[in-house]
Ligand binder design. Structure first.
Ligand SMILES: C[S@@+](CC[C@H](N)C(=O)[O-])C[C@H]1O[C@@H](n2cnc3c(N)ncnc32)[C@H](O)[C@@H]1O
Length: 199
């Protein structure tokens, strides 16, 4: 397994991404194509910025990526990529929700939010579910009809309930375990396709 991790670490370095987590988004995108040219993408838990950089390349110069994290990521600009707006904020902050809902709607919300892990599986799972639920709530406020949601979750007791909550809001739901995610890790990704927007 270490070999696999070293492989993605080196690949990220070579491709100039600040974190190897980028491949957990790339693999899903290559399979499901949920981000498209000119899209607006909201990236929750974006630091140090790999997913945002990758999404900016996919949506291209006419798209936009807004990244939110407790930590400020470094601004980057690549040719033919969308601009990235990094916001330093807590996703639970009502002010942040006001700022994001005040913007035009997004076609895609991605979340790689992760709590500071303690090693205690159950409490790490509960914290992850709490973050994922807030990501889903924000997605429900900002996604345009037919939009998509891709969200990391640490599996555990409440995972099936969370998946059913995603299923209530999206026409199709997939649970994805990318090859670049360690097999021993309890993280998986829930992909909600085609937001129903019942409002
Ligand atoms: C795995 S990292 C994200 C890596 C990122 N996707 C990348 O590819 O560069 C998870 C992030 O979630 C952020 N996070 C955790 N709780 C948060 C919260 N309440 N509000 C905003 N960000 C949070 C952490 O600060 C951390 O940077």
């Amino acid at each position: 397994m270490k070999k696999v991790q070293d492989y993605y670490f080196k690949k990220a370095k070579k491709e100039k991404y600040p974190a190897r987590s980028v491949y957990k988004l790339e693999e899903a995108q290559n399979k499901f194509h949920f981000m498209k040219k000119n899209n607006r993408v909201l990236d929750l838990g974006c630091h140090p910025g790999s997913w945002a950089i990758y999404a900016a390349k996919i949506v291209g110069s006419q798209g936009l990526v807004v990244g939110v994290d407790l930590h400020k990521s470094k601004n980057v600009a690549f040719a033919n990529s969308a601009g990235i707006e990094f916001l330093k904020a807590d996703i639970f902050s009502p002010d942040l929700v006001d700022v994001i809902t005040g913007k035009p709607q997004f076609a895609v919300v991605v979340s790689d939010l992760a709590p500071k892990t303690t090693g205690h599986k159950f409490s790490d799972h509960l914290k992850s579910i709490e973050l994922s639920r807030q990501a889903l709530y924000i997605a429900s406020l900002v996604l345009s009809s037919g939009g998509h949601f891709y969200c990391k979750v640490f599996q555990g007791e409440d995972f099936p309930v969370f998946v059913s909550e995603v299923r209530n809001l999206f026409k199709k739901v997939k649970v994805v375990k990318p090859k670049s995610s360690r097999t021993e890790s309890r993280e998986v990704f829930v992909l909600g396709l085609e937001y129903k927007d019942n409002s």
